[in-house]
Every structure is written in C-alpha cells, then in structure tokens.
Design a binder for this molecule. Structure first.
Ligand code: ATP
Length: 308
C-alpha cells in the first residue's frame, strides 16, 4: 500500500550556521503541498540545501518552526523517528556508506524504508549500469549520483527530497531518470522536492515552484501560475517586434529569421488578436526564463555576505 504523502509547513523559520553569519534562511514562511512535485530553485547559496536539511530533520531552526507529515498530522521533524522514516533526502554528496560495497548502502535503505521496492531498485541498477559490488568511494561521480537516485526512488518515501542529486549523471542517464521518476510517481503518488540548477531540463516535471533568494522566498506558486506570468511569441522578427511593442522583454532568442521573445505579463485581447493575425506562436513563459529574470539575470553576482 502506498503511504500517505507528507506535506510541510515552515513558519517564520530562521537558521544561521554561526552566530555572526548572515542567516542562511531568513524568517521564511512556506508550504510544501503533499502529493505534488515541487521544484526548489535558487542561485548558489540561496538556502536550498539548508531548507532540505530542515525538512529532513537534520537541522533545527534558531527561530520559527518546521512541520512535516501527512495532511492533518504534521510534526516537528527534528530528531523525530516517525517523520524520518517517511522522509528520504538524497544530497549531491550521496551520503553513501564508505568502506563497504554499494549494495550495502542499498541493503541499509531496504531495511529502514518501509516502502522500499527491491524490483525498482534492481531495475534502476541495471538502467544506470551500476556495479553494486564496488565501494562508493571508488565509483565515478556519475555512478555515485546513480546510487543516490536508486536510493531516492526505490525508497518511495512519502517525502522524497532530491537535492542536486542527479547533477553527476550524464545527459542520457538524466533523461532516463526523469522518465522513471514521472512513471513511478504516477503509480505511487508521493511528495517530491527537486532542487536543481538544470531548470530547463526538469521544469516539465514541476507542479509547484519555489524560488529562494538569499534565504527568503521570492516566489512560491503552481508551475501553471508561473507559466502564466509571461508570454512567449515566436515568428518572423518584424512581426514579433510589432506585436511585442515596448513591452518589457524577459528573454530573447534568434534562430535564423525566427525570433522568440518572452514578455513580462499576459497579452491583452488586442495583442492576442494581433499575434494570431500575424501567425505567431503564443506560449507561456518558461520557469527558467522567469527564474533568470527574477534572480538578477545571468550577469548578476551570487549573494555575498556584504550584499545581505
Ligand atoms: N555547513 C555550513 N556552515 C556554514 N555556512 C553554511 C553551511 N552550509 C551552508 N552555509 C551557508 O548558508 C547559505 C545557504 O547555503 P545552502 O547550501 O543552503 O545554499 P544552496 O541554495 O543549497 O546553494 P548551492 O546551489 O550553491 O548548493 C550560504 O551562504 C552558505 O555559505
């Protein structure tokens, strides 16, 4: 039986690693809906891994509270065996058992995860060509990522947090992972939090999107709402320019004589009619373009201590 998915609520959560440090999370309020895939995005140092560690009960905030669990039965996850049993965090580092074969890491999780699916684990081991007889410290970075993915998916935990855990995979293995994740999630609904810098690749998986910026929530809404925040026009450059007028442009791409611009905000009825008359393709904004726009563009520096 598939267990009830976990949700999470953070209320006024502040965490700083050292007393004199700027907060890694700063008075953060956030709800993670149960049973959906949430994309957790943010530039380097925004606080994604810190938030993941709080959800998994590995850390506790210095102010505010964190609650995790099935709807109506949320609990503080810190040192909480019950919520820990239902929460699987996989970090980029993998958190494998060193000095013993990879199969021992899998055997450990099979033991502690009530929903562990041995068939799925075996399928994924084959898919990634993982040599489970090798010690994790002797695996390549990609193979260590694959081991983390096997743990993350086969655990079928009611709250599964994948924190950059698939970065080491090559493109073919990443796309295979996205496909398995979607198929398995459809059959065994659970709450999945995916943190990634490869936004363009994974955004089709997101149902909700959270963007953190310097320890604060910059945006938290459904992926559909995100896509409705802007509009993409594609077609001949002159027609696109005419319909776009002097509207703020979030992103622009040129492919031969075809231009694609992403505009901030929705089109008015008149603009829609003009776009249709010109034969332009009209679509929503990509999460990636909105993310780049909201977090300061490609050239902006990541947060530094001085900026906070
Ligand atoms: N163990 C730690 N000790 C001290 N400071 C830390 C520690 N871990 C994170 N920080 C600081 O907390 C802030 C948030 O870091 P965090 O790792 O949560 O961000 P992130 O969004 O996951 O970043 P990235 O995308 O680079 O992995 C950063 O300023 C970081 O330097």
């Amino acid at each position: 039986m598939t267990p009830q998915p976990f949700g999470a609520r953070l209320e006024g959560v502040t965490l700083r690693y050292r007393r004199d440090d700027a907060p890694a999370l700063d008075n953060l309020d956030l709800t993670i809906r149960p049973g959906v895939i949430t994309g957790l995005l943010g530039r380097n140092g925004a606080g994604k891994s810190t938030l993941a560690a709080l959800l998994a009960g590995w850390r506790r905030p210095i102010a505010g509270r964190v609650l995790v669990g099935p709807a109506g039965a949320l609990e503080d996850p810190f040192e909480n065996t019950w919520t820990a049993t239902g929460t699987q965090l996989v970090r980029e580092s993998g958190d494998h058992w060193e000095g013993t074969a990879a199969r021992d890491t899998l055997a450990f999780h099979a033991e502690v995860r009530p929903s562990w699916d041995a068939d799925l684990a075996e399928h994924l081991v084959g898919l990634f060509g993982l040599d489970v007889g090798t010690h994790p410290e002797r695996l390549s970075r990609g193979q260590r990522s694959a081991l983390g993915i096997v743990v993350g998916l086969a655990s079928r935990a009611p709250l599964t947090i994948l924190d950059e855990s698939y970065l080491g995979l090559d493109a073919a293995h990443r796309y295979a992972f996205y496909d398995v994740l979607l198929a398995d999630y459809a059959e065994h609904p659970r709450t999945i939090v995916l943190s990634s810098h490869l936004i363009g690749e994974v955004e089709r998986l997101f149902e909700d999107v959270v963007i953190l910026d310097r320890g604060r929530v910059l945006l938290a809404e459904s992926a559909d709402d995100v896509r409705g925040r802007g509009v993409t026009l594609t077609g001949p450059a002159a027609d696109v320019a005419r319909v776009a007028g002097d509207r703020p442009v979030l992103a622009r791409q040129q492919l031969g004589s075809t231009t694609q611009v992403t505009l901030d905000g929705a089109l008015s009825a008149d603009e829609h009619a003009a776009a249709r008359a010109a034969g332009l393709d009209v679509g929503g904004v990509s999460v990636q373009d909105l993310f780049v726009h909201l977090t300061g563009g490609a050239g902006a520096a990541p947060a530094t201590e001085e900026e906070r």
